[in-house]
Write a protein that binds this ligand. Structure first.
Ligand code: ATP
Ligand code: MG
Ligand code: MG
Ligand code: MG
Length: 467
């Protein structure tokens, strides 16, 4: 249908607003009043109190697009589908409609609005948990079967507990795959850790198959929707909160909720039939900027350009949401993103002071969806460009220092000195050493931690004396 990411975001919101959902604004990347987590990492997160029973002022049907940051995915950045910053399209039913309405809505959006090919859609459902008395989610599977069948596609079902079963997936039939714990949602992550009274429920996920991406046997003998090779891309999932933990098992919840979350970037990639999210309208302009700045092409420098594009887009949004570089909490993550981007930029031969170009591109890309980015762009450029300049100097000195260890082994004490004197984030030192082929001692972690602890003790003592 030629729809781009901005089009998908607004079509999703319109699609649900027409079905009685109140449109709520994105929450900040920095959650307020939540000391347990640094960032908003899903659309569900700011809504947890309402999923647990509080009344939402906007009503029982909600829709939004939530900006998210997942530092836990930083190592994944460089693959075709994970970024630290992304947008999650979300919709909720708080004690209102349930599986039937939601799955039809989800399907119609993907096939009719976005124009995806129903034959390439695969879904996963919860296989059930006998010891806890939780049934298999046949209800979702039956709805999916009906939707596939109406589109003229064989649904087919398979319980995925063996490699043999995996061999049937992606070969025509078996588009509905039942998995175990992966498809059970609860706040504790696993049914056995749930306290009495805690809600949970099955999760059903939608994947899109890119048949031209070859399965990588490093990830298993056969490919299947949850395989990490990148042939299947998870587009979104619906959690059906319908059970509550009891002393002996589970009972139905009196008020059932639906939590739907879908990745905007991934849906936009599927819409242009690209297994690479960096090809979409929200990321490709950044890549083109990097190509122009470096004189290199994306095909040759895919990893570096993916990392820089992701990290600087995320850093820009963090700065827009008020985060400033520092040595702790959110500020440290911002610093880490910026510094990692600089390091990859140096590898690409990109000259000093390139952040302003990238921030300007990000602001232009989000001009209509998030005008606050353009409004804050001057400040963001100041903050990030300063950080870039300082770190370029640091990096030069740090690299010389690391280089001086070539031929010997870098110890935890050396890494501490780099951290302490040059402000070199520890993850960066080990990453650079790895990339440069400089050996690091096996025990660096404990040595480094000991030095950090000693330094903290010294500074506590100093504070006590001065206080
Ligand atoms: P994956 O298995 O691919 O890591 P997930 O199961 O961790 O995804 P969820 O927590 O279910 O993701 O989040 C809902 C949706 O958000 C996913 O279906 C996906 O489309 C999108 N999403 C999750 N993580 C990322 C990421 N790092 N980058 C881009 N999109 C993401
Ligand atoms: Mg994940
Ligand atoms: Mg997943
Ligand atoms: Mg998921």
């Amino acid at each position: 249908t030629g729809i781009d990411a901005d089009g998908i975001r607004s079509a999703f919101i319109d699609h649900l607003a027409r079905r009685g959902h109140a449109v709520i604004p994105r929450a900040s990347l920095v959650p307020d009043d939540d000391p347990t987590t640094l960032f908003t990492g899903s659309g569900m997160q700011p809504l947890v109190p309402y999923l647990l029973g509080a009344d939402h002022p906007a009503g029982a049907r909600l829709v939004d697009s939530q900006t998210c940051l997942r530092v836990q995915d930083i190592e994944e950045v460089g693959d075709n589908r994970h970024t630290t910053f992304f947008e999650m399209l979300g919709s909720w039913s708080l004690g209102d409609y349930f599986k039937d309405v939601q799955l039809r809505q989800f399907w119609e959006f993907l096939t009719a609005t976005v124009g995806l090919d129903p034959a390439r859609i695969h879904v996963s459902c919860f296989i059930g948990d006998e010891p806890h008395g939780i049934p298999k989610d046949e209800e979702s599977a039956a709805l999916w079967t009906e939707l596939f069948t109406a589109a003229g596609v064989d649904a087919g079902q398979v319980d995925l507990d063996t490699e043999e079963h995996a061999a049937q997936v992606g070969t025509g039939g078996a588009r509905i795959v039942f998995y175990g714990a992966k498809n059970w949602w609860c706040r504790e992550g696993a049914a056995e850790r749930m306290p009495v009274g805690e809600p949970g429920g099955p999760d059903t996920e939608v994947f899109y198959l890119f048949p031209h991406v070859e399965h990588d046997p490093a990830y298993g003998l056969h490919c299947h929707p949850n395989c990490d090779c990148g042939r299947f891309i998870e587009l979104g999932n619906s959690v059906f909160m319908e059970y509550r933990r009891t002393e002996t098992g589970f009972e139905p919840l009196p008020r059932r909720n639906v939590d739907y979350g879908g990745g905007l970037e991934r849906i936009a990639a599927a819409a242009i039939d690209s297994p690479d999210v960096f090809r979409i309208s929200l990321l490709w302009p950044i890549v083109e900027r990097l190509e122009a700045l470096s004189g290199r092409i994306y095909e040759d420098e895919t990893l570096a350009m993916r990392v820089i594009a992701d990290h600087l887009r995320g850093a820009t949004f963090l700065a827009v949401d008020g985060v400033r570089p520092s040595n702790k909490a959110q500020g440290y993550v911002l610093r880490r993103l910026v510094r990692r981007a600089v390091r990859f930029a140096v590898d690409l031969g990109i000259e000093d002071n390139f952040f302003p170009h990238v921030v300007t591109t990000v602001a232009a890309t989000y001009a209509s969806a998030y005008p606050e980015v353009a409004a804050a762009a001057d400040d963001v450029v100041d903050v990030l460009a300063r950080e870039e300049q300082v770190f370029r100097r640091t990096l030069r000195r740090g690299l010389e220092r690391l280089e001086s260890h070539r031929g010997s082994v870098v110890t935890g004490a050396d890494l501490f000195a780099l951290h302490d004197t040059y402000g070199f984030p520890i993850e960066l030192s080990t990453e650079v050493a790895g990339a440069e082929g400089i050996a690091v001692s096996d025990t660096w972690r404990t040595e480094f931690d000991d030095h950090m602890a000693a330094q903290r003790a010294r500074s506590r003592a100093a504070t006590r004396e001065s206080g």
